[in-house]
Ligand binder design. Structure first.
Ligand code: NAP
Length: 396
């Protein structure tokens, strides 16, 4: 009988197939097929380089096994197997010690990273991986609208995709993949790029089988240029939906704090529209800290002005307005510290952070300062909120 050993695995239900872990792994231990992203137990040396780069925490799965799961096993999974019972027979490795060592490794790897989260307890059950690399679905472009001003230095687009008769059951906070045409330098088909859905579950246009995306043109971005140049009537290959944790609680009394930069506002738009459609404008409890360079480059600046404060309290901050001091979301959180503190102490308070990876540290420090004000232990509060499905980070 083999000695127990730890095995690093990926949760196929939570993984959003962004392949960042695969690109990061220095041991080439992570690979994918059309269906799943998997870890080769013979190559993984637990260096933990893949942990902080994973936007969802799906990479952060570990099992103690006597016989490691093979790549074939993992490719066939739709969900992760539970930890089996491992008898600690005499002479074997101590299973508890193994688990302790893993916990220490994870605590180190998670410092400053998004960390592993859970879906809110009341969130609807998401559908994931309905369409994959080998079996994508075709969508038709119904609209491509420029969200940023003509003279602005950045180009952000609102793209509407219609799935017609093909089911695309999405929840707010989920992502879909777009497969750009052509091949990479090695002649392989290109991998999909992920975009958060910016429309609610019942469609960009209520009752229609369509979704919207918020896409910024990146200077040398193969997929972003492809998407931003799409014309009405064009067709695109789509994978997904992906993501099973960055979801909205179904409890309409939940208080939602959304903190985002740039196109990280995509899921926040979906959350806001969902609540507006589900409970109407009278229900408040949503607050947003949203950072962009200027008003001209803040996605949905015009439409946001029409969202009533009863539904959504908005703090829009700008970093590059001529003649004005640079302001980041974390700066405004500190100014609005009483409001932030109230939500942190509310058992029905939920936090969602989405956008630039660089904002994570500043936002975390702001929470720390605010928690200090009321004598809270921020690190343990954050852990508890994560464990309860009330603290969510998706940054790239
Ligand atoms: P951006 O325009 O480059 O930046 C937005 C704002 O964030 C700017 O005001 C910028 O200020 C500020 N900022 C920069 N560093 C910051 C920091 N450390 N703390 C707080 N604010 C900071 O943003 P973007 O290019 O749209 O980027 C959005 C990010 O969201 C991307 O990384 C994207 O991958 C990610 N995302 C996108 C989606 C989607 O569906 N499209 C979904 C999830 C996440 P400066 O003036 O200093 O630059």
């Amino acid at each position: 009988m083999n000695k127990p050993r730890k095995q690093h695995l990926i949760d196929p239900e939570v993984c959003i197939r962004c392949y960042t872990c695969e690109m990061t792994c220095p041991e080439n231990a992570i690979e994918h097929d059309d269906n799943n992203v998997v870890v080769n137990a013979d190559l993984c040396n637990f260096c933990m380089d893949c942990i902080p780069v994973c936007p969802t925490g799906s990479i952060d799965e570990w099992r103690v096994v006597r016989d490691p799961y093979s790549l074939e096993d993992q490719y066939g999974w739709e969900e992760l197997p539970e930890q089996g019972v491992i008898a600690d027979d005499a002479g074997d490795t101590n299973v508890e010690a193994l688990e302790d060592a893993m916990a220490t490794l994870l605590a180190d790897a998670h410092k400053g990273a998004g960390g592993k989260t859970k879906a809110p307890a009341t969130a609807a059950k998401p559908t994931v991986n309905l369409y994959n690399l080998g079996k994508p679905v075709e969508a038709t472009v119904r609209g491509n609208f420029k969200l940023t001003d003509a003279g602005a230095d950045i180009d952000v687009r609102h793209i509407i995709l219609d799935f017609q008769g093909h089911p695309m059951p999405v929840l707010e906070g989920q992502s879909i993949g777009i497969i750009p045409p052509g091949t990479d330098v090695d002649g392989n088909a290109r991998l999909p790029r992920l975009y958060s859905i910016s429309s609610p579950r019942d469609g960009e246009r209520s009752g229609y089988n369509n979704v919207s995306l918020t896409v910024k043109r990146e200077e040398r971005g193969i997929c972003s240029n492809y998407v931003c140049d799409l014309d009405k009537g064009d067709t695109v290959k789509v994978t997904g939906p992906f993501g099973a944790t960055f979801l909205l609680p179904e409890d309409h009394e939940a208080r939602i704090m959304m903190i985002c930069t740039g196109t990280g506002s995509a899921p926040m738009r979906a959350f806001t529209m969902r609540r507006q459609r589900a409970v109407g404008e009278k229900n408040g409890g949503m607050v947003m800290f949203f950072g962009a360079r200027t008003p001209e480059t803040l996605p949905y600046h015009g439409p946001l002005k029409r969202v009533p404060e009863t539904l959504l309290k908005q703090h829009l901050v700008f970093s590059r307005v001529e003649g004005a001091a640079k302001e980041y979301v974390q700066d405004r959180m500190l100014i609005e510290r009483k409001e932030v503190a109230r939500l942190l102490q509310d058992p029905k308070g939920y936090v969602y952070i989405c956008g630039l990876r660089g904002m994570e540290t500043g936002v975390d420090q702001a929470f720390q300062t605010i928690a200090d004000d009321f004598g809270g232990d921020w690190v343990s509060m954050r852990d508890t909120m994560r464990e309860d499905g009330r603290y969510h980070v998706e940054t790239y």
